[in-house]
Design a binder for this molecule. Structure first.
Ligand code: SF4
Ligand code: FES
Length: 377
């Protein structure tokens, strides 16, 4: 950080800045799947705007210098980039632990071997269901199940540690025990059970995906029981259904505190949905170093600390626990990124938000709006 500049939040309060541990590198928005719960922005970045591999090499070096230990290489589907192994190699050269977040679609056994040689340390595979019909319908990709099962087998053969990522929602939540069982059979060391978050494309599918209150309560019990049963064998990370919760999640562990996201075109965001805050301006690695963006940019400093909070967060004893919840959810539900996350029971909008969630969850529609790149992407 430049010695003479005191970073300040959106209200001019001085902020203290920690070091980021992890960086999400969204190297492309292209994807063979069309999941309706995708948190990518509705306006997807086109291939022609993607950062070239050499630029990623610089970004990874700057990230390592900044203190980042781990890079999550993601998308879209990172395998959609022909130069993925080169990009992985650059991350490894920078000394980062490389987690590949993938759908597994389109990656052959030979290519996975190549990625192993390039430096992938860990694989995170998304699953959309526990049977071929469900997996193919949710992903919008016929044959996805078979390809994923082949991919998972290769991951085990090569010896990568595996995390299964399962986004759960009204249409598959009742099969959560089977999903956990599938992750066990695939040899996963970890499963991330993430209830759908209504950002990006998922906002278009609220009525089809919003879980019921009963499903949310059952999922919590299932996860708690499975954690006890699987202790020492498989870790379960759980993102609960916050529309049915009493308090919000500590999104990103607090804005600008431990992580940063780099979008396919090099835009640096404090979280994956930050671009949904219309008045906020974000900087790009093409114009400024990652260190300057982390320490000095208005976007990262805006909601650091607790000084910017209004009531009820300001006088709440949980303000250093959940940091007022999710800024992007506050933007989406309250129309104000500075507001208390309206899923919090102390928010004046809470009753309204719960009533809308109950209404969406009671909908009998199962029709999905699939994620699609606009023509020419
Ligand atoms: Fe968290 Fe704010 Fe709700 Fe308190 S009032 S629990 S700080 S969101
Ligand atoms: Fe942006 Fe939660 S997704 S702060």
């Amino acid at each position: 950080m430049k010695d003479h500049i005191q970073p300040r939040d959106i209200d001019g309060n001085p902020v203290t800045i920690g070091l980021p541990m992890a960086m999400l590198a969204e190297i492309t928005h292209r994807c063979p799947l069309a999941c309706p719960y995708c948190s990518n922005p509705v306006d997807l970045t086109r291939a022609a705007q993607e950062l070239p591999a050499e630029d990623w090499a610089r970004v990874f070096r700057e990230a390592a210098d900044l203190g980042v230990l781990q890079v999550h290489i993601s998308g879209g589907e990172p395998g959609a980039r022909r130069d993925l192994a080169q990009i992985v190699g650059f991350a490894r050269e920078a000394g980062l632990y490389v987690n590949l977040i993938t759908s597994g679609i389109g990656t052959t056994r030979d290519r996975l071997d190549e990625l192993d040689r390039a430096g992938v340390d860990h694989v995170q595979l998304s699953l959309q269901g526990i049977r071929p019909d469900m997996a193919d319908r949710i992903s919008g990709h016929k044959g996805s199940w078979d390809k994923k099962m082949d991919f998972a087998a290769w991951v085990t053969e090569i010896g990568f540690p595996l995390t299964v990522n399962a986004v759960v929602h009204r249409q598959n939540m009742d099969r959560l025990p089977d999903m956990i069982g599938l992750a066990e059979r695939l040899g996963a060391r970890r499963i991330e059970v993430a209830t759908v978050q209504f950002h990006g494309w998922a906002t278009l599918n609220r009525t089809a995906l919003m879980p019921t209150r009963e499903q949310a309560a059952a999922a919590r019990r299932i996860v708690n029981d499975a954690r006890i049963r699987l202790r020492g064998r498989m870790v379960i990370d759980y993102v609960p259904a916050d529309h049915h919760a009493v308090y919000p999640k500590a999104c990103m562990g607090g804005w600008g505190s431990t992580g940063l996201n780099v979008a396919p075109d090099g835009t640096v965001l404090p979280c994956h949905a930050a671009a949904s805050i219309p008045w906020m301006r974000f900087e790009n690695v093409a114009q400024r170093s990652l260190s300057d963006i982390w320490h000095l940019s208005d976007s990262f400093n805006a909601f650091r600390g607790t000084g910017w909070m209004a009531e009820p967060c300001r006088s709440c004893d949980r303000k250093t626990v959940d940091f007022g919840g999710c800024r992007c959810q506050a933007m989406a539900l309250a129309g104000d990124a500075r507001a208390t996350d309206p899923v919090c029971s102390k928010s004046p909008l809470h009753a309204q938000v719960v009533a809308r969630a109950e209404q969406d969850a009671a909908s009998d529609t199962a029709d999905l709006i699939y994620r699609r790149m606009k023509k020419g992407g």
